[in-house]
Design a protein. Structure first.
Length: 410
């Protein structure tokens, strides 16, 4: 698979946003992401309030992993199967189920009736369409933008995530949790899901709902079969899996790092995530300027630079320094996902996008629950500082493997 097929003139962010459908869907994604970003602060705080006899790190890991378990199974079925489901339908289902679930969890939390088993069950079933909805959002936006707008749309989706999930969301989450409680932040995420639902219904015409899905009556190929014909993409998927897997202990360690090493509370946790998002915002804003660089080498450089971040974080006990380190980490990490997806999508036929992107998203994201489940006991045994250092060292050890996997041409 080549990094690009026939030469394509990549459009700028401004040109892509002139398409009303793309702009509307991305606006809904941005507002919904802000609600989800609040959970980065609210979920650990809520978990620590109700963990009971379960060790803190283990409880945080379980809560963070729960949304991925059933959603991974469903997305795997879609990616490995031959029958396509319209991306618009999957995204709508995700928004509706998420709104109902987080409204219920938020009301229980506000009334002090939320328990750890109920929270785990709610996250398990309420996130059933999470991965399918995420890949569908990308498919809908890139299909409306066309081949020339794909790189810009992937960059804008990364920009949305940086701004909403790691800047606005955590900062608002820290303020809301400190002033009104974690339950209000859960209700805010439900409201974000409703906003994305409206944006999808208004911005994505039914005629665009099935793009990238095999036509009725035509036997489509599974995502795995298509990836086997593109070994570079398959090997890159393995690299991305371990890149994400080695990152996950950071999410378990960070709330404990703030309470312990930094001796701070929810507001500091929000500021730390906000610093990551601020750096990621700059990195994502520059993605479109990186389109002419060798994508394979760029991906490897990002892995190496990010690996230094948790190690540097473990060496400081000062909030300001930690924010600078995390901000620089966000700067180098942000281009990774847009570049990786653009690289994979560039060699696909229209009917191949949904099975491959869904399977690729699932394979990359399944590292999250596995890494979180492993991260809880790891941080409990190695300690917060040891867990952060180990995350960075393992990521750096991935560099030679990534070089062989990605730079090798077929």
């Amino acid at each position: 698979m080549a990094a690009a097929g026939a030469p394509v003139t990549n459009r700028s962010y401004r040109e892509v946003l002139r398409h009303r459908g793309v702009a509307g869907l991305l606006a809904g994604d941005l507002l919904a992401g802000a609600g989800t970003g609040m959970l980065l602060v609210a979920m650990p705080v809520q978990t620590l309030a109700i963990h009971g006899s379960v060790p803190r790190a283990v409880a945080i890991g379980l809560v963070a992993a729960s949304p991925f378990i059933l959603s991974t199974i469903l997305a795997s079925v879609i990616g490995l199967g031959r029958a396509g489901v319209a991306p618009r339908t999957l995204l709508i289902a995700d928004c509706v189920l998420r709104a109902v679930t987080f409204t219920t969890l938020g009301l229980l939390a506000v009334t002090d009736r939320l328990t750890l088993p109920v929270l785990l069950a709610g996250l398990l079933f309420g996130s059933l369409f999470r991965l399918a909805g995420s890949s569908s959002r990308r498919l809908l936006a890139t299909s409306m933008a066309g081949d020339e707008g794909r790189f810009a749309v992937n960059g804008l989706l990364g920009l949305n995530m940086s701004v909403a999930l790691y800047v606005v969301g955590p900062v608002l989450g820290g303020i809301v949790v400190a002033s009104a409680g974690a339950g209000v932040a859960l209700l805010a995420d439900a409201a974000g899901a409703l906003i994305l639902l409206v944006a999808t219904l208004v911005s994505v015409p039914r005629g665009d709902a099935g793009r990238g899905v095999p036509r009725r009556g035509v036997a489509g190929e599974s995502g795995w079969r298509i990836l086997r014909r593109r070994p570079v993409a398959a090997r890159l998927l393995i690299v991305v899996f371990f890149f994400n897997f080695f990152y996950m202990p950071i999410e378990v360690a960070l709330p404990l790092y703030v309470r312990g090493s930094l001796d701070a509370g929810a507001s500091a946790l929000g500021l730390l995530w906000g610093a990551l998002g601020a750096g990621a915002f700059v990195g994502a804003a520059l993605v479109n300027q990186l389109r002419n660089l060798p994508q394979r080498h760029l991906l490897i450089a990002i892995i190496g630079l990010w690996g230094m971040c948790p190690i540097a974080l473990a060496l400081t006990g000062d909030l300001t320094v930690a924010m600078i380190v995390f901000g620089l980490g966000g700067l180098v990490w942000a281009p990774f996902t847009p570049v990786a997806y653009s690289f994979v999508q560039s060699g696909l036929e229209p009917d191949e996008h949904q099975p491959v992107v869904t399977l690729w998203t699932t394979g990359a994201t399944v590292a999250a629950p596995l890494g979180l489940l492993a991260g809880g006991p790891l941080v409990e045994l190695a300690g917060v500082t040891g867990g952060l250092v180990l995350s960075g060292v393992l990521t750096l050890l991935l560099l030679p493997i990534a070089a062989v996997a990605v730079l090798r041409r077929d």
